[in-house]
Write a protein that binds this ligand. Structure first.
Ligand code: HEM
Length: 452
């Protein structure tokens, strides 16, 4: 009897990586749903089918960003400091227009300049981090590898001069803290973020384009921090980690992309963004009634949650298969359910032009220097930060043993991490509800300017 019990416990222990993380994730989703309440209308869902996803997302009444959704308190908590002037969370109006105009000016980097800047940042920031000799091996986490590159890139976009190492470290410290908290892998450390705010406050006179005059100097620093040194750096590092993970998982795709055919690289990027969209859900608060059909209405003040992964899966044959060539079929891009940068009619990403062109250059620069391989799991939220083995090109060698080690380590890390995410995620949801950053902000705006 004792032997049976011991064997059963041993089997349970050894099999932990295969069943525990999935269950813990389900529990976390359940806790989040309980704490956040049932205010949200999922799209696609029972009320709005996938066929009307884009129509509802593009509807002029699907325009509210933060005010009126309990969910916003959590986003504001993660994006602090300065979520009230973050472009993504400003309500429509003059302030939003001024901020969006400034962002457009900074991001209007001519193509050749953007490509050259990417090459320079990759060369400078990745020297010593990639294998230099044929056959030499380096273990990396792709998100960590790429973050200094985009920190340096967006520093130069904002200030028009090469990024000093000390500023790069401040930017990486800020962006890494935000994305780690967002994924519930760590708590937020406001001291790291405030250090960057103080630095930016001192550098306001040095920026390349005028900052919105309707913002105070403190708010201007928050604007730069939120848009360029948080969102831009986090999104670009995550997007590149996904792209490089895909190459590491598909050696033939990697070899073909290395040949430099721009159209093929675009298909790989489109397919990567289809399967691993950076946004899980984008929410909007309706500012008016949306009439779907006679008798079916979405009331004003509803919280619509647009589900990117579900939309991207729908309307594609064999949607879970990674297949860049699906984008080569005639009319594929035009008819596809594919919105990696949002929808044009409702506040799409202002970096929709700049981001892909710089990603292409960075990917080719890395593929030229080394071969990538991984056996780690690749999920949309990528909490493992993309473990990858880089090998200097030129000497064929077997990666079977290191990849076996990577697979086992990744599975076991997943066990510990899923428990950490459950505990920290629950705490942060509770803390965000307690602080009510968004609700308190709008209450104070209304108190200053009472509605007539
Ligand atoms: C591959 C990289 C990127 C992807 C896939 C991406 C994706 C997106 C998506 C889907 C949205 C719309 C979300 C919604 O409808 O609520 C968005 C909005 C936004 N993104 Fe990006 N993004 C990327 C890079 C960047 C970069 C580099 C910046 C730098 C400035 C940026 C700044 C913003 C801003 C400010 C918004 C809010 C737009 C508004 O409300 O007017 N993004 N992004």
């Amino acid at each position: 009897m004792l032997i049976v019990t011991v064997l059963a416990l041993a089997a349970l222990g050894v099999s932990l990586p295969w069943w525990l993380p999935g269950r813990v994730v389900a529990l976390r989703v359940w806790v989040f749903a309980r704490v956040n309440g049932n205010e949200a209308i999922p799209v696609p869902g029972d009320l709005v089918g996938v066929d009307r996803f884009k129509e509802v997302y593009s509807h002029p009444a699907a325009g509210g960003r933060s005010d009126g959704a309990a969910l916003s308190d959590l986003f504001w908590y993660w994006l602090s400091p300065g979520p009230e002037v973050h472009q993504e969370h400003l309500e429509a109006g003059e302030r939003y227009e001024a901020v969006a105009r400034a962002t457009r000016a900074f991001l209007a980097v001519p193509r050749a300049e953007a490509e050259e800047l990417t090459r320079r940042c990759v060369a400078r920031e990745l020297t010593g981090k990639l294998p230099e000799e044929p056959g030499e091996r380096t273990w990396v986490r792709l998100r960590d590898l790429m973050m200094p590159v985009w920190a340096a890139f967006y520093y130069e976009v904002v200030f028009g001069e090469p990024c000093p190492p000390a500023a790069r470290d401040l930017i990486v410290g800020n962006a890494d803290d935000v994305v780690t908290a967002l994924k519930c892998c760590g708590l937020r450390h406001m001291d790291r973020r405030h250090r960057l705010t103080r630095y930016l406050l001192g550098r306001l006179p040095d920026v390349r384009h005028p900052l919105p005059e309707c913002l105070s100097p403190q708010e201007q620093a928050y604007y730069l921090q939120g848009t360029f040194f948080n969102t831009a750096v986090v999104q670009m590092s995550e997007a590149m980690a996904h792209l490089l993970m895909v190459f590491a998982q598909h050696p033939r795709v990697q070899d073909r992309a290395r040949e430099g055919d721009a159209r093929y690289l675009d298909r790989v990027l489109a397919e990567t963004q289809r399967l691993y969209p950076l946004f899980g859900i984008a929410h909007r608060i309706t500012t008016d009634v949306i009439e779907l059909d006679p008798g079916t209405k979405i009331p004003s003040g509803s919280v619509l949650c647009f589900n990117y992964p579900e939309y991207h899966r729908s309307g594609h044959a064999d949607p879970d298969r990674f297949d860049p060539d699906r984008w080569a079929r005639p009319g594929a891009a035009r008819n596809a359910h594919h919105i990696p940068f949002g929808v044009a009619a409702n506040r799409p990403c202002p970096a929709w032009r700049l981001a892909p062109l710089t990603m292409r250059v960075a990917a080719l620069e890395i593929l030229r220097r080394c071969e990538l391989a991984t056996a780690a799991s690749h999920t949309r939220s990528l909490p493992n930060r993309g473990p990858c083995l880089l090998t200097g090109r030129g000497v064929p060698s077997s990666t079977a043993v290191p990849l076996l080690f990577m697979r086992v380590r990744d599975r076991w890390e997943d066990v510990g991490r899923s428990l950490v995410q459950l505990a920290l995620g629950t705490y942060m949801v509770w803390d965000a509800r307690r602080l009510r950053l968004c609700q308190r902000h709008f209450a104070s705006v209304r108190a200053d300017r009472p509605l007539m």
